[in-house]
Design a protein around this ligand. Structure first.
Ligand code: GLC
Length: 473
């Protein structure tokens, strides 16, 4: 991990604090859940009563979507050393601007992104329309530092929007408020005239994005340095956005609460249950970084996705296309594998609600109504313990202590094959499972229960039958 700059760390701190407030949001999988989510989301601290009132309805698709594709693509991709290169490497603006002439993506590269997203089981896409570098990917009237007037010679936002829609995916725009290129981008903090100009420029760019591309599903603000929400006139900004796009959802990075929180590079469920989306890189970089080989495995990606689903959150996973728009091979491999797994195990992800489960190194859990999904990431296999201990017979056994509902049936999600089990007040024992894991990289077992399943392996601790100090024989 790279050390964070003061502004970055204070921004993260701010995001943490902002994320601490909120009310309970639930996955909307059926009418009842929608109603429940509506009732609870109304209680969220609202920036604007109208936005709060429509929140549950606007966000219903998003709660069900679970998994989205983030795309970081810009002039920094031409350098291939992470999207912060301009600032981190101290590249002078005049030098950096030359990249705009060298940026020649192949036509409709976004179609491959969208096809991959679909195959990966992702339901929405969020692309950087303007990152901190200040280069705009769309046909803007407000600057000539934009794709149609530079190397690409065409509107890349249009291509992205068309590509996502062609695959039936929802469309999200990432927009960085911080701008390293605009002459007023820093002095706006101290010069009132510059602030006025820069805020108008910013609102104007957002207005174009919200006006010229049809229905946009998500607006994903980023880094509000150096201004406060009041200085950005963020309330007016959101008001304009909602006037132009009444069904949109917005995140919390323009200094306001917005509709959802944005934990970054970590899965952190909002304690209060406020809607949240964990955004994450596939290696260590958002923008294309030639030398970054720290790729996550499909198993790690699935583990993160399961963790998000368990906590009622979404997972926004990034790709950093190369300057020509092609996707690094490693990303394609990982996402394809995750998509294959989702084809058989998607039920345990998309249609789930937030659940209460103890930690378990070997397994994670999700739930949908009264169904418990056990995501066994480390399969037990053969254990010598089975030879002398009935508890581990017949092999293989997966045991879950502290299940707080009665199991009625269990099956392997991949094959539908029934799984035998026994249950007592201390826990559930699934028995006679194959010694070799039936699915890769994670096997899911669905357990139908007589009520909402929760797991608390600590609860039996105080009541567990104990016999004597010594072996009870
Ligand atoms: C951070 C980084 C930025 C990236 C974003 C994604 O804010 O500054 O480069 O776009 O995270 O969440």
């Amino acid at each position: 991990m790279q050390p964070m700059s003061a502004s970055e760390s204070s921004r993260r701190l701010f995001l943490k604090q902002a994320g601490a407030a909120g009310a309970l949001a639930l996955t909307a999988v059926n009418g009842e859940a929608v109603a429940k989510a509506a009732a609870i989301e109304q209680q969220a601290p609202a920036d604007d009563p109208a936005q709060a009132a429509s929140r549950a309805k606007r966000m219903a698709w998003w709660h069900q979507a679970r998994f989205g594709m983030f795309i970081h693509w810009g002039l920094y991709s031409v350098i291939g050393q992470h999207e912060w290169a301009m600032e981190v490497e101290g590249i002078p603006i005049k030098q950096y601007e030359l990249l705009a002439k060298q940026f020649h993506p192949k036509p409709n590269a976004a179609r491959d992104w969208a096809r991959l997203a679909k195959a990966a089981g992702q339901k929405y896409m969020v692309m950087t329309t303007k990152h901190h570098e200040g280069f705009c990917h769309w046909d803007t009237k407000l600057t000539d530092y934009c794709a149609p007037k530079q190397g690409p010679g065409r509107d890349l936002v249009r291509e992205f929007v068309d590509a996502a829609r062609a695959e039936g995916l929802r469309v999200g725009f990432y927009y960085s408020l911080m701008d390293w290129h605009h002459p007023d981008g820093a002095r706006c903090k101290t010069d009132p005239e510059a602030r006025k100009r820069f805020v108008e420029y910013t609102h104007g760019l957002i207005r174009e994005l919200m006006t010229n591309y049809g229905k946009i599903d998500v607006l994903w603000y980023d880094v509000d340095w150096p201004l406060t929400a009041a200085e950005w006139e963020s309330e007016r900004m959101n008001k304009m956005v909602f006037e132009l796009q009444p069904e949109i959802i917005v995140n919390n990075r323009n200094g306001l609460e917005g509709d959802f929180s944005t934990p970054e590079q970590e899965v952190r469920a909002e304690k209060s249950g406020r809607a949240w989306e964990s955004c994450m890189t596939l290696n260590d970089s958002w923008g294309f970084n030639r030398g970054d080989d720290a790729w996550k495995t499909p198993k790690e990606v699935i583990a993160n996705l399961v963790n998000c689903a368990r906590g009622g959150g979404n997972y926004l996973l990034n790709i950093g296309p190369k300057p020509d728009g092609s996707i690094p091979e490693e990303s394609v491999t990982v996402l394809t594998e995750v998509g294959k797994w989702l084809q058989t195990n998607g039920k345990s992800i998309y249609e789930t609600e937030r659940g209460e489960f103890s930690w378990n190194v070997n397994a994670n859990y999700t739930r949908s109504g009264n169904t418990l999904y056990i995501h066994q990431q480390y399969w037990p296999g053969h254990t010598p313990a089975a030879e002398g201990t009935e508890f581990f017979q017949p092999e293989a056994v997966i045991a879950i202590g502290g299940l707080k509902a009665k199991a009625k049936a269990a099956r392997l999600l991949k094959t539908g094959e029934a799984v035998k089990f026994t249950q007592d007040e201390w826990g559930l024992r699934l028995t006679g499972l194959p010694v070799k894991a039936p699915d890769q990289p994670v096997t899911v077992i669905a357990v139908e229960c007589d009520g909402e399943p929760a797991i608390d392996h600590e609860a039996p601790r105080a009541h567990w039958p104990r016999y004597k100090a010594g072996v009870s024989g």
